[in-house]
Each structure stands twice: as C-alpha cells, then as structure tokens.
Ligand binder design. Structure first.
Ligand SMILES: *Cc1c(COP(=O)(O)O)cnc(C)c1O
Length: 390
C-alpha cells in the first residue's frame, strides 16, 4: 500500500526536490540553535523582530491568564471575544478601510475570501507569481481563470477590453510585494484598470504590511493610493506583525458577505486570545515611533546586503527590498550552495520548484531589523567565498 508514496519520494530525491523538516530552537531570532550549534538566520519573515518583542510576549501571557488558552469554538458560535472586535477595528483603520475580518491564517484568508466571493459567472485574472494560497483559492472557484505574465498590466487591460462584458464580476488578484522575488506589483496601473473595467482588485499584502508605506500601511500607501470600494486588501498577522492569523480589509458589504459565506471562517475555531492580544500590541508598535525606527533599521540592513551581493555580481531582483532572491537557476547547484551556507552556519534554505518556476531555483535571503552589522557582514563574507570558488 505504501509503495506508491515511497516511489514518489525517491523520485523527488532524484530531482533534488525532496524536502524535510528541521527542528530548530526559536525560528524567529537572528541567531538560532540547530543540533546544538549556532546559526545565523536569514530566512525568517519576522522582519521587524516583533515575534520576540517583550511587550508583545507579555500581552500574550496576560491575555492567556485573563481569558483562556484556547477559544473553544468558532467565531460564529462563541469564540468571538472582544479582542477580535478591537483588533479588527484597528486593522481597518490601519489599512484606511471601512471594515476588516480576521481569519486563522493568511493562507485561510485567501481561501476564505476568494472562494466565497467568486462564482462561476466571474473572471479571475491572477499574476503568474502569486502566492500558492492564491493559486489554491482560485482552484476552489468555478470561475474562468487567466494567469497573466508577472506584473504585465497591459495584458490585463487587453483581456478586459475583449472579455469584460462576458462576465458578472471580475477579480484581478496580485501579491503586493511578491513573496519569492521581493518586487512590488504595479498598483498605480492595476487600480486604474480595475476601476475603468468595473473590476475588483485583490491585493495580498502579506510581505508589505508593516514594512512599506506610511506607518507601514502597505503597498497602496507606498504608491500614495487610497483603497476605493472595488479594492480588497488581504494581509497576514504572521510576518512583520510577528504572530499568527490573516485578515481582509474591504467595504462593510463584503465583510458581512464573508461572515455569512466564507467556509474557512465559519467552520474553523477562533484564534486563541493570546494571539489577538499579541497582534494588537504589535500593530500599535508598528504604527508608532518605534515601528518607524525598526523600518529604518530594516532598510539599512537590506541595502547593505543587496548592494554587497550586487557588487559580487550575484543575480538579484531589480530593486532592493527585505526579500533578496539570489537566483542560481539549477536545482542541484542551488542545493550545493545552500549546503555550503549551512556548513558556514548560515540558515537560508534553497527555494526550488514548485515554490518558484522551473529553472529559477534560488537562495532566498530575508533580512530583519534585528540583524546586527556583524550578522550581515558574516553573511556577505560567506557569499564572497562562494563567488571565489567556482
Ligand atoms: C505567507 C503568505 C501567505 C500566508 O500567510 P500565513 O499567515 O503564513 O498563512 C499568504 N500570501 C502571501 C503572499 C504570503 O507571503
């Protein structure tokens, strides 16, 4: 009975695509312990260090003591404690939106929003490099789906010109900052096109929230754009906010519709009180002076890494961001480099298909505000050695 699975796994190993879990001691600090040795971490999404922030941790402990460890039921039954209302109010304000709704994870937010809003009479236009959770969400719908070449807004416009009248609703879906490449979606053009063709624009701002725009509001704010009624913003509490959960910000009608129709909201247990309290505290920090300082520090850090690797002639993204893909191409070569990094006590695993397109395997470096200059210099030195050894 297990033969089939064993054979598939052997096949994955042959293709250098086999994955395994590593047990680490704290996956959110710049220095982590793995098999009793110290490594420098360059693969965490804890960009601002808020997962380790003292105030966030005490807020979580206090909430557990005050309420309970778990929530006991789904939100529509009795799991919807007051902290949800507080957090959703703050998130909506943060994203300059009318209303917001929190889900158990960012992954479930995409499933929950897209599968509920989109019907068989609709059209989806989805960027080729969108996150896997968007891809899976689109698969759950019966809509016509068109995958457009990465950031190609002309393609989107041309298709809408031809096709718009054949469909009821149209949903253009894009990451704000792309998770594997670190580049930003062309939102000035996409918002214009969406408005002109009376379409919704869904922006998954998982990697931009807390990081870019005024107070870290995200990619719309980065471009000085305001969320209009056809714009649906999705984000996660698990990256810069340093916790767990996802959320959507949109007009009240959309949020009420989701409360009634979104299965991942209706049929899953509410988040524990600690998560909600921790996220509230982290959100407050993100919007105050301390958050501003952390963003400045993050930018200094990623500019140093990006510029140094660029000078070493590594193939990187066009523009610097906190996500720095070092494109190697070949799976085997990428694994070899990842192994070397690992030997040198750098924790930055290889990213291979299907997480990225075939032939674009890479080392994905993520920089944090909590990395010290010393941490960064060590990383750069190790990459210098890679360059000097063909
Ligand atoms: C990480 C990520 C998600 C999933 O969020 P989780 O909170 O980790 O489930 C969704 N979309 C994008 C673009 C992401 O990078």
């Amino acid at each position: 009975m297990l033969n089939y699975f064993q054979k598939e796994l052997t096949n994955l190993k042959k293709l250098n695509l086999y994955r395994e879990l590593r047990v680490v001691k704290s996956s959110a600090s710049p220095e982590i312990i793995y098999q009793r040795k110290k490594y420098l971490l360059f693969s965490s999404n804890n960009y601002l260090g808020l997962a380790n922030h003292k105030k966030v941790i005490s807020a979580q402990i206090n909430a557990s003591k005050k309420y309970a460890a778990g929530s006991g039921a789904s939100r529509l039954v009795c799991g919807n404690i007051k902290l949800y209302q507080d957090l959703e109010y703050k998130l909506a304000k943060f994203k300059e939106s009318e209303s917001s709704l929190v889900f158990a994870t960012g992954y479930m937010t995409n499933l929950g929003v897209i599968s509920a809003l989109v019907t068989e009479k609709d059209l989806i236009l989805s960027d080729a490099l969108n996150h896997a959770s968007i891809v899976d969400a689109c698969r759950l719908t019966k809509a016509k789906k068109i995958i457009y070449p990465h950031s190609d807004f002309n393609f989107v416009q041309n298709h809408l010109k031809k096709l718009r009248e054949n469909f009821n609703n149209v949903f253009i879906i894009t990451d704000g900052i792309f998770s594997m490449d670190g580049d930003i979606a062309p939102l000035p053009q996409l918002t214009k096109i969406a408005k002109h063709y009376k379409s919704f624009l869904i922006i998954d701002d998982a990697h931009a929230t807390g990081i870019i725009g005024e107070q870290g509001k995200g990619s719309l704010s980065y471009y000085n754009l305001k969320p209009a009624e056809n714009i649906i913003q999705i984000a996660t509490l698990s990256k810069a906010i340093g916790n767990l959960g996802g959320f959507v910000c949109a007009k009240k009608e959309i949020i009420n519709f989701l409360i009634n129709k979104s299965r991942p909201l209706i049929y899953a247990t509410a988040l524990p009180p600690a998560i909600l309290a921790g996220s509230l505290t982290a959100l407050k920090i993100i919007q105050n002076n301390e958050g501003e300082k952390l963003r400045t520090r993050l930018k200094e850090n990623y500019l140093l890494v990006y510029n140094s690797l660029k000078n070493l002639n590594f193939k990187l993204s066009k523009k610097p961001s906190h996500i720095i893909p070092v494109i190697i191409g070949d799976n085997k070569k990428t694994l070899k480099i990842a192994e070397y990094l690992f030997k040198e006590k750098i924790f930055a695993p290889a990213i291979r298909p299907p997480s990225v397109p075939e032939g674009q395997s890479r080392i994905r470096i993520t920089v944090m505000a909590t990395h010290s200059k010393k941490h960064l210099e060590k990383l750069i030195k190790v990459f210098k050695n890679i360059k000097n050894k063909p």
